[in-house]
Design a protein around this ligand. Sequence first.
Ligand SMILES: CC(C)(COP(=O)(O)OP(=O)(O)OC[C@H]1O[C@@H](n2cnc3c(N)ncnc32)[C@H](O)[C@@H]1OP(=O)(O)O)[C@@H](O)C(=O)NCCC(=O)NCCS
Length: 210
Amino acid sequence: MPDTYLLKINKDLEKKDFDRLLCYVSEDKRERILRFHRFEDSQRSLLGDILARYAICKRSGAKNAELVFGLNEYGKPILIKPEGIHFNISHSGEWVACAIDDNPVGIDIEMIKPVDYKISERFFSEKEYLFLMNQPEEMRLKYFYIFWTLKESCIKADGRGLSIPFDSFTIDLDGKGIILQDEKNVLGNKTHSYFEVEIDKYVLSICASK
Ligand SMILES: CC(C)(COP(=O)(O)OP(=O)(O)OC[C@H]1O[C@@H](n2cnc3c(N)ncnc32)[C@H](O)[C@@H]1OP(=O)(O)O)[C@@H](O)C(=O)NCCC(=O)NCCS
């Protein structure tokens, strides 16, 4: 199982701490962080980067200054140096999460808020939609977010993000555990493992390849 790091933002960073942490990230990332209009978005993005750096340094023994990052063609941050470590970041509300592993990994955290289930008719596969609609009403919202975060973790592990149509594969929660049905082979012939957990008003999912 990938190592997972979670950070809860109980209180906004003070300006001096925000500025100090900014010194630890790359110039490119710093520019992107400062481009957000809302402080909370800048803060989440900065803390995600810091959390990933912490996780990578801990796992590899490398120093922060030695880390070299890049982006794949879909914008997924990847580690170039040291080699052989994969990570992914997600943030929502007051949580920032990072998963780290020896193989590509995807993580997604979402705050549970009321939704219009028409979204699932549009974005989920038919099987997922039917499963959701057959749940008792009090369970349906939680299942919506379980599907959503598991599917996002898949496309984030893959690295192509939302350019993979959300309804092109199915997460099967019907039988034992969490199983991927990928009849169109959109995610390639990889073996995936899934983890899903609820943390107060949030659902967190991880997809680990292999
Ligand atoms: C990444 C993506 C799935 C968004 O997820 P989200 O639930 O809004 O946001 P999350 O908090 O879970 O994840 C954001 C983090 O994912 C990472 N990320 C960005 N692109 C990624 C990708 N293609 N794959 C995996 N991770 C990605 C980044 O670390 C990002 O953090 P940052 O914004 O602070 O740099 C979505 O923006 C995406 O698919 N982007 C790729 C671009 C793309 O294909 N666009 C097509 C639009 S149709």
